[in-house]
Design a protein around this ligand. Sequence first.
Ligand SMILES: *[C@@H]1O[C@H](CO)[C@@H](O)[C@H](O)[C@H]1NC(C)=O
Ligand SMILES: *[C@@H]1O[C@H](CO)[C@@H](O)[C@H](O)[C@H]1NC(C)=O
Ligand SMILES: *[C@@H]1O[C@H](CO)[C@@H](O)[C@H](O)[C@H]1NC(C)=O
Ligand SMILES: *[C@@H]1O[C@H](CO)[C@@H](O)[C@H](O)[C@H]1NC(C)=O
Length: 397
Amino acid sequence: MKSISIITINKTPKKTMNQGGSRGKRSVLKRRLIVCLKVILAITVFSLYVAVLLRESLQAMEEGKARMTSRIAKTSHRTAKILIHHTLKSTTNHSVAISHPTKPTTLNPIYEYSEEVNAAAEKDFAARKNHLWDTCIRRGMVGVYPPNAWEFFISPGHGLAWCNVFKAASSSWMYYFNILGGYNLAYLQRTKTSPLELARQRFPRPTLPELADSLANSISFLIVREPFERLLSAYRNKIEGFRNKYYKILAEQIVKKYRKTPKTKDSSGPTFKEFLTYLIHHYKSGNRFDEHWSPIYSFCTPCSINYTLIAKVETFQRDTEYIIRQAGLESLLLNKLPNKKIRAISNRSTSDTRHLIPKYFGQIDAQTLDQILEIYEPDFELFGYNFTKYYELIDQN
Ligand SMILES: *[C@@H]1O[C@H](CO)[C@@H](O)[C@H](O)[C@H]1NC(C)=O
Ligand SMILES: *[C@@H]1O[C@H](CO)[C@@H](O)[C@H](O)[C@H]1NC(C)=O
Ligand SMILES: *[C@@H]1O[C@H](CO)[C@@H](O)[C@H](O)[C@H]1NC(C)=O
Ligand SMILES: *[C@@H]1O[C@H](CO)[C@@H](O)[C@H](O)[C@H]1NC(C)=O
C-alpha cells in the first residue's frame, strides 16, 4: 500500500510542473507535503524495525533463561545418574521442585502431567534400564555392537544426546531438535525442507569421540517401539503400494525376486510376506539393514551405550515430558508441537498400526515368523515386549 502511494505522489508533481509556473505556490506546497509523507513513512519503517529488534532480543533473553534452568537441571541430573539406584525418592522431589515453578504446562492439553505421573515414569525408567542390562548380560551382548555415533543428534548446549530410531516417534523429536537448533516455529511449519535435513544442518553427525564425550555430560536417550508394530509401520510407509518414491526401486526388486508368479501385474507393491522374505534373505547374507527397519540392538546399540533413559512410543507423551523436564527445557519445548503432530503422536496413529497387526500377520506362515523373529527377537526381549501373540495371529494352514 505504502509503496503505491509513493509512486502516485511522485507522478503528480511532474504533471503540474509541465503545466507552467502560475501554480508555483501550489507545487511548493505539494513538495512539502511529499517531504512530510516521506518523513512519516521513514518513521513508520524505523519503528517497525525497532519493534522487530525488541522482539528478537526478548526472545533471546527468554532462551537464555531457559538455558540457565537447563544448566541447573543438568547438575541435578548428574547427581541423579550416580545415585539412581540408592535414592530414587529424593531425586524425584528434587527434579519436581525445579520443574514446577517454570510452567505448569503440558505436552498435550489432554495429558495431565503430575507428580504421580512423574514418579511412575521414574520407576518405569529404572525398571527398563535394569531389565535391559540384565538381558544384555544374559544374552552376552554387552559391547558386541560398536556404537553408531553417526546416527546421534547431540545438543551439548542443552545436554541432550538422542539416538534416532526411525519409525518410533522420530518426527516429533526431530521437530524438538529443530527448535533447539534455533529454527523459528513459523518457519518449521511452512518449510518444505525435510526436518531431518534441517536438523542435520544444526546438529551434524558426531564422531565417536564426540559421542563418548557427550554421553558423559548429557541425558542420553532413545525411543523404542514394539518391534513388529515398528516393522509394519515401516512396511506400510515405505514399501506397500509403491507409495514411497524413494523406495520404489527396492519395492520393485522385491516383487521381481520374491513373487512366485511375477507375470501378474499388480500395482499394490510387495505383500507383507514378500517384504519379510526379502528381510530374511537380506539378513542371512549379512547385509546392512535400512534404518527404517534396522533392529534397535544393532542400530542404537543399547548394550554398548549406557543410555540415561529408555523411552517408549507406548508411553510417548509421559516419557517425552519427563525428558524435557529433566533437561530443564520446559519453556523451549513444552506445548510447541503443532496440532497436526500432536494428533499423530496421540493414540490414534499408533493404534491404527496396532489394529492392522492381525490382518498383516494373518498373511504369514509359522516358518516366516520363526525366521523374522530370529532378527527381531532381541529387540522384543531387551525392551520388555512379548511376541507370543504373533503365533496365534499367523496363517495356521
Ligand atoms: C550405567 O550408569 C549408571 C549410572 O550412571 C550405573 O549405575 C550403571 O551401573 C551403569 N550400567 C552399566 C551397565 O554400565
Ligand atoms: C518427597 O515428597 C513427598 C511428598 O511429595 C514427601 O512425603 C517426602 O518426604 C519427600 N521426600 C524428600 C526426601 O524430600
Ligand atoms: C490413550 O489411551 C489411553 C489408554 O488406552 C487413554 O487413557 C487416553 O485417554 C488416550 N489418550 C488419547 C489422547 O486419546
Ligand atoms: C508372553 O506372554 C505369554 C502369555 O501371553 C506368557 O506365557 C509368556 O511367558 C510371555 N513371555 C515373556 C518372555 O514374558
